[in-house]
Design a binder for this molecule. Sequence first.
Ligand code: TXA
Ligand code: MG
Length: 319
Amino acid sequence: MQTAGRIVREGGLVAFPTETVYGLGADAFDAEAVARIYDVKGRPADNPSIVHVADMDAFRELTPNVTPLMERFAEAFWPGPLTMVVRGIPEIPQVTTGGLDTVGVRMPSNKDARAFIKAAATPIAAPSANLSGSPSPTSAEHVLDDFDGRIDAVIDGGRCAIGIESTVVDLTGDVPMILRPGFITREDMEEQLGVKVILDPALNKKPGDGDFHPKAPGMKYKHYAPKAPMIIFEGEREDVLKAIEDEKTSRELEGENVQVIVFDEDQELLAAKELFAELRRADKEKVDMILAAALPQKGVGFSIMNRMLKSAGFNIRKV
Ligand code: TXA
Ligand code: MG
């Protein structure tokens, strides 16, 4: 951890585990180091990075005014898989914020993440540690598959416990707005805080729909895409399983290598944990086609389906 912290202070890039996915981190105040993250990821410059902190004091130094609402979100969900979008201080480099006057801040709970941020003794700007467009990494091996030889270090903390990225909630308006759904759901927020929370309307649309203007810049980009085409089967479970089996059989007769991704409808935590690893496995095994079963879009299922639909380029087959 001391070595990793030193690398960051010297301007290097360190990938590290969090409870959601691995991040590719640099000193959030070192514009040159953050620019290198964008370079190795091939990430568009307008897509801001989340800034990771280990304690509330560090959070207070990033935003001009910590409101009572922010305090309540922090109390309820930090440390944990939640990112708050708040006004940022002007000293945060433009490359970190994607040129916005807001900043996304997260205090992760993973013990390695916390030890690393403390050792670095500076806020850590970190997007997910994958090549732009690819599924997020949930193990150190995934990180090396994308970046071996191109970053300075990776902290191997094993598999990520949650497996999908943090919930991003915008607290700059009158009503908290979820920009990216995650493990912490709208229902969790409303129940635990007794406040109304809305969803970015773009979350119920797709690219190509008339007014698709997501408020999180990253949500407009192609994402989570495996190399193979993917179809999501939606309908009654029994019909879905049968349709997938039939499709698989006929494709295999044509000589195709088919991967099936089916999670039980009530196993959403397992689905979150395994989804990106399954997509990456499909790439490694060079499959020709991925056939997946839709999950019910409630609770964490909504967040998982948000990722799966993007992976499949919104290729849905209703059965
Ligand atoms: O779980 C996670 O959030 C992981 C770990 C490493 O913390 N990070 C992650 O970062 O998923 P990334 O860069 O892959 O996704 C961050 C998302 C993007 O959609 C980005 O546009 C949005 O958060 N975001 C960050 N700062 C923002 C801001 N100031 N305003 C609006 N959206 C913001
Ligand atoms: Mg990402």
